[in-house]
Write a new protein. Structure first.
Length: 377
């Protein structure tokens, strides 16, 4: 299999690298961002620079002012963003925009997508359900009411909800079908309660009390929610890869400068072997990510659905990024436990990404179910 990226995909990665090169990692202490502080909003200036670089319209079709690229290109950009812990809802906005373009009403697409590409509209999605352990679509009900729908339920830990313009909410109808509603944040009946994630980012619990949604704001196509969740999971794997890559580079630089017994500790066998193991973890995370993103991009056939490749990628991402940051903290010695040192923030982000949309064990169980339902023989 040829894993070479296309010229367009490489150009997207290079453009992202140029934009994010001017972003100081969020782990660097500053008066505006002290360790343990709770972030209040997304990085608006960075969001504007991404729009100027046409990276917010990357996955949109030309009819909506975009480049028409695929999930692989999006994951390349996400990897770059995670390397500097960029505080932007790029994954959520891009994923929901792709769903609207692929499955949504034309009126809704025309209304939302050009504004997304210009950086004027921020989208997010509630994908964690009521408790974070149950299927998200079961946490909200959608029932017909005249020519529209009424939504009732709760979604917890919705990222960027306080700064988003619309929230994609999965819900279940009376006949058991999964649908996706694009709900304005300030729609009557919606309530947001602040929550804080383990990495200090502000989340929100979204409560819906008979929230009215127009028919054109509801995506009812079969497979839309499943495809969105798979895309969010693959994007989370790309973020984990970016964090892990940055952490291993940080560790390499530190162990090369830290001397013990007159030699850099990087020359010690025990240190080198641990670093080599983590490098292998990153290569496995990378290979499984591109396999999953390729399946989502092309819909290429096989004995198993794309969900199997996404599950494998998430297993490697969850376990891999955890091992990378644990080894980094160990090899940094006392600096690894210092909350003023940038590694502390990277570790917090890594832990959050490890558990986002399900830890490794949950995806191992899902993969087992897929294998049982699709015997390779």
């Amino acid at each position: 299999m040829d894993f070479t990226f296309t010229e367009e995909q490489q150009a997207a990665a290079e453009a992202a690298r140029a934009v994010f090169s001017g972003v100081a990692p969020d782990g660097v202490p500053s008066p505006a961002r002290t360790p343990g502080a709770v972030a209040e909003d997304l990085d608006r200036p960075l969001w504007a620079r991404l729009a100027d670089a046409d990276l917010l319209s990357l996955v949109l079709g030309p009819e909506h002012g975009g480049a028409g690229l695929d999930p692989i290109a999006l994951c390349l950009v996400l990897r770059e963003s995670a390397g500097v812990l960029a505080r932007i809802p790029l994954l959520e906005t891009s994923a929901v925009a792709m769903i609207v373009e692929r499955y949504g009403d034309r009126v809704l697409a025309t209304e939302l997508l050009p504004a997304v590409g210009r950086g004027e509209l921020v989208l997010t999605v509630g994908a964690n359900g009521r408790t974070g352990h149950d299927p998200a679509e079961l946490a909200v009900t959608a029932r017909r009411d005249g020519d529209g729908w009424l939504l009732d339920g709760v979604q917890t830990a919705v990222p960027w909800a306080c700064g988003a313009d619309r929230i994609a909410v999965p819900a279940t109808t009376d006949d058991g079908s999964a649908v996706l509603a694009l709900v304005p944040r300030d729609r009557d009946g919606t309530t947001l309660a602040d929550q804080v994630s383990t990495n200090g980012e502000l989340l929100a619990e979204l409560r819906l009390d008979s929230v009215r949604t127009g028919a054109h704001e509801l995506i009812t196509a079969d497979g839309a929610w499943e495809w969105l969740r798979a895309l969010l999971t693959a994007g989370t794997c790309a973020l984990a890869l970016g964090v892990g890559t940055a952490v291993l580079s940080m560790t390499s630089e530190y162990t090369g400068k830290r001397h013990q017994f007159g030699h850099p500790i990087a020359t010690f066998q025990a240190v080198a072997v641990q670093a080599a193991d983590r490098y292998i973890d990153l290569r496995a995370m990378e290979a499984t990510l591109w396999q999953a993103a390729w399946r989502l991009s092309t819909g290429a056939g096989g004995p198993l659905p794309a969900a199997a490749d996404v599950a494998v990628a998430k297993i490697w991402a969850s376990e891999g990024v955890r091992r990378v940051v644990q080894t980094a903290q160990h090899l940094h010695g006392g600096f690894g436990a210092d909350t003023d040192y940038p590694l502390h923030r990277y570790h917090a982000w890594a832990k959050h990404l490890e558990l986002s949309l399900g830890p490794a064990a949950a995806h191992e169980e899902a993969l087992g179910d897929l294998l049982a339902a699709h015997p390779l023989s």
